[in-house]
Design a protein around this ligand. Structure first.
Ligand SMILES: Cc1cc2nc3c(=O)[nH]c(=O)nc-3n(C[C@H](O)[C@H](O)[C@H](O)COP(=O)(O)OP(=O)(O)OC[C@H]3O[C@@H](n4cnc5c(N)ncnc54)[C@H](O)[C@@H]3O)c2cc1C
Length: 401
């Protein structure tokens, strides 16, 4: 078996692992990334068909690390979000509170992965190994060692970015609170007849939420991403049937017009979880390895970006104080900075999904009152959009006003 030594070992080269490598390398550590699947430009260009909504808060983090200048040219800014309960007239309009900012930015995952991978490739302090599946983990006072079939990876700190079914979480026997929604999300891109005018829609239907997210024009045609949560059996029967275009058109016609073409369709199982802890000896969990949330608000990866940023801050602080990498006090500080944020988002997305899926008359009436109130109360409307934009909000200050 070959020994590979690194200061930081990142397990997982999804959006979180790739981004973490680029950001943490700025502290000056030597980093190794491993993945059980492929790592490489051609794989990243084809392997992930989805789009992601990036929040204003994540944009600011990317800006600080010199990443936004490469991402910016590929994004579609969202400057208005219409949230509808069953029908278009029952709605809340969220708009930009500040002209220099946007409610979010839609970008293709393959673009993000290619940009992060490019940064990694240019950095001589980062190397990577693919096709590596971790079988065991051992920790002593000096290092943590992860074994695969061919290698032993020794490091001072492991960053577990191995997704919601994290093998490291299982190997360390760390508990997670899990929820299966018994629903799936159908993702697809549509070319449509009407201009989306940089507006996104979240339509709450009794079967589940349907989101329409504006994308850049495709060869001069208007384009959007659709994410439709519904019963898994319904979506499985629909995805390859010749009814697909007609059914989707029926749902989105009043917002973006007729469908001209559908591409990049895929079904994702919907579940959520939160680990009982985001750290253990010489190891931290980031992104979906720590938490996953219902995609109802497009916030899951944005939460992962905040994990990476907080990890950067505490590791840099630790280094400046002369503490060894992987020091337990520093890792606990990371946990304390991130756990509550994840717990709150987990609860909000979960409850939002529950409240809007109920069709009971009383709940519907209460929902209508709430929707009307938020739509007409500018201050509350801005507070909610600020939270969705990833800004720090102070509820007590807001209540005092
Ligand atoms: C339909 C849908 C829409 C979404 N939309 C948004 C959105 O608009 N905005 C947003 O912020 N979030 C969104 N999310 C959430 C977002 O997609 C995830 O939070 C994000 O992709 C998680 O990335 P990750 O790198 O943490 O995990 P993953 O993408 O799961 O990557 C994990 C990596 O670890 C590797 N790995 C796993 N096990 C091992 C092992 N044993 N050894 C080595 N490597 C391993 C895997 O191969 C993979 O490369 C959405 C999610 C869904 C399902």
């Amino acid at each position: 078996m070959k020994n590979i030594n690194a200061e930081i070992l990142i397990v997982g080269s999804g959006l979180t692992g790739l981004c973490a490598a680029g950001i943490l390398s700025e502290i000056g550590y030597k980093i190794t990334i491993i993945d059980k699947n492929k790592i490489g430009a051609s794989y990243f260009k084809t392997g992930d068909i989805r789009t992601t909504a990036i929040s204003e808060g994540s944009k600011k983090i990317f800006d600080d690390f010199g990443l936004w200048k490469n991402i910016a040219q590929h994004v579609t800014p969202i400057n208005k979000i219409k949230v509808c309960d069953r029908k278009i007239s029952n709605k809340i309009d969220f708009e930009n509170a500040n002209e220099d900012e946007n409610l979010g930015y839609i970008v293709e995952n393959k673009i993000l992965k290619t940009i992060f991978f490019d940064k990694i490739n240019k950095n001589k302090n980062i190397n990577y190994y693919d096709g590596v599946d971790i079988k065991s983990i051992e920790t002593n006072s000096r290092k943590v060692s992860l074994k695969s079939k061919k290698y032993i990876f020794n490091s001072n700190l492991v960053v577990a970015a191995d997704g919601k079914f994290s093998s490291l979480r299982k190997l360390l026997k760390i508990n997670a609170f899990k929820k299966n929604y018994n629903h799936s999300a159908l993702f697809l891109n549509v070319i449509h007849s009407k201009d989306h005018k940089n507006q996104a829609y979240e339509i709450f239907k009794s079967s589940g939420p349907l989101a329409i997210l504006p994308m850049k024009k495709n060869k001069n045609f208007y384009q959007s991403s659709i994410i439709w949560s519904h019963k898994t059996n319904f979506l499985k029967a629909l995805i390859d049937s010749n009814r697909l275009s007609a059914v989707i058109e029926d749902e989105i016609k009043s917002f973006v017009g007729n469908i001209k073409k559908i591409s990049n369709k895929k079904i994702f199982n919907l579940s959520a979880h939160i680990n009982s802890t985001f750290y253990s000896e010489k190891l931290v969990f980031v992104g979906d390895a720590a938490h996953s949330v219902h995609p109802i608000a497009g916030q899951g990866w944005n939460l992962g970006i905040r994990d990476i940023y907080n990890l950067f801050v505490v590791l840099k602080e630790g280094r400046e104080l002369g503490l060894e990498l992987g020091n337990n006090v520093i890792l606990k500080k990371y946990n304390d900075k991130t756990f509550y944020d994840a717990f709150v988002l987990y609860q909000i997305t979960d409850k939002l999904n529950s409240i809007f899926s109920v069709d009971n008359i009383l709940v519907k009436k209460l929902r209508n009152i709430g929707i009307d109130f938020i739509d007409n109360n500018r201050s509350l409307n801005f507070l909610i959009s600020s939270y969705a934009m990833g800004k720090k909000i102070n509820l007590f200050n807001w209540l005092k006003k």
